[in-house]
Design a protein around this ligand. Structure first.
Ligand SMILES: O=C(O)c1ccc[n+]([C@@H]2O[C@H](COP(=O)([O-])O)[C@@H](O)[C@H]2O)c1
Ligand SMILES: Cc1cc2nc[nH]c2cc1C
Length: 346
């Protein structure tokens, strides 16, 4: 379904590691930023790497039937209201995309309400709200196919528009519950281990959320080895599209900064759609959602920053983007000991 994923260039990775050791600093002095710069160089297939100048962000929005179970601090209709707000500007993602000079695209995959947003935002819309996955499938077979095709097409469009790094963001009341279900299904973790405070829920709501995850897991169990069936049974149109977007970005050899719990749950499924795709992804930050930590562990990814964020939208990835851009520039632009004529023992 997805073309094979080629790994980032191993010989360029070695050249980058060698270059870091020749730059005017003690070995390893830039810590994890050295790994980040090395990764960008290997993704670009060139060392010194080119500066990151064309970041692009796609926010995948959708409603989730489980939002009616009382598992969020927001009512379900807040998704549509936030969608309109993103389109008109003013959200964290708008501010952070502008601050980073990043292109921003908002995609309504399955928001329940009709909204007065431009047609291009709704172009890939699959349905009005995905099913309540504790009691019914999120999507039909045809809808899952359409959502995956949309995610793939969006990745192709973003890559073809010219980009050096992509970011996926999410919007949808109840989507931290759906992310928890996917992570539990794919890691074998208990509901109580994956369920967090989402948008900021209290203890009573947390107990309800655990029960929804437990019910949904019974339905997910039989299909957990089949990523498309899992998306159909237990995800949503927006998360299915996001998973396909992440898989196709890797097929197209484009690095992606993952955001929080929801994009990383989609990434866990995407790694099964396109094995090896995770080599093209960087974990930007650690969300406070426990499912995020479990998903990152299974993907073998280590978050760059931990700011106790749980906002979604791509906000965590956009906060990390300047670090990634600066790491890339240091690898490319710092002088070497030899060029500077500085004596070193190492
Ligand atoms: O990115 C995260 O880790 C994250 C964690 C918790 C909540 N969110 C955002 O908050 C919304 C979901 O929260 P909830 O409680 O309705 O599931 C959704 O729009 C997400 O973008 C995002
Ligand atoms: C309701 C709401 C939910 C969100 N989820 C991510 N960003 C958001 C912003 C708003 C306003």
């Amino acid at each position: 379904m997805f073309l094979p994923v080629c790994p980032p260039d191993e010989s360029v990775k070695q050249a980058a590691l060698d270059r870091w050791d020749r730059l005017v600093k003690s070995p390893g002095a830039l810590g994890d930023l050295e790994d980040v710069g090395t990764w960008i160089a290997a993704c670009q297939g060139v060392c010194p790497p080119r500066p990151l100048t064309r970041p692009r962000v796609v926010v995948f929005a959708g409603d989730h039937g489980v939002a009616t179970r009382g598992i969020s601090v927001y009512p379900a209709e807040a998704t549509a209201q936030a969608l309109i707000m993103f389109v008109t500007g003013g959200g964290a993602v708008n501010v952070l995309a502008a601050a980073n000079g990043a292109a921003l695209r908002i995609v309504d995959m399955a928001v329940a309400a009709e909204t007065p947003v431009p047609d291009e935002v709704k172009r890939f819309k699959v349905r009005h709200g995905s099913g309540a996955v504790d009691q019914e499938d999120a999507l039909t077979d045809n809808e899952v196919r359409l959502a995956v095709e949309a995610g793939r097409a969006i990745a192709d469009q973003e890559v073809d528009a010219g980009t050096d790094v992509l970011i996926a963001g999410d919007l949808g009341i109840g989507n931290s519950t759906v992310a928890a279900i996917l992570v539990a299904a794919l890691t074998g973790a208990e509901p109580t281990a994956v369920v967090g405070r989402g948008s900021g829920i209290d203890n009573e709501t947390w107990i309800r959320k655990v029960a929804v995850v437990r019910d949904a897991l019974c339905r997910a169990h039989a299909v957990r080895a089949n990523p498309l069936a899992l998306l159909r049974t237990s995800a949503s149109a927006d998360i299915a599209a996001m998973a396909a977007f992440l898989a196709q970005a890797a097929v197209r050899r484009t690095p992606v900064l993952l955001d929080g719990a929801i994009t990383t749950a989609a990434a866990l499924v995407a790694e099964r759609l396109a094995p090896g795709a995770r080599q093209w992804w960087l974990a930007s930050h650690r969300s406070t959602e426990p499912s995020h930590q479990l998903a990152l562990a299974q993907l073998g990814l280590k978050p760059l920053v931990d700011l106790k964020m749980r906002h979604g939208e791509g906000s965590g990835a956009l906060i990390a983007l300047p670090l990634v851009a600066m790491a890339t520039r240091m690898l490319a632009e710092m002088t070497t000991f030899k060029e500077a004529g500085i004596t070193s023992h190492v």
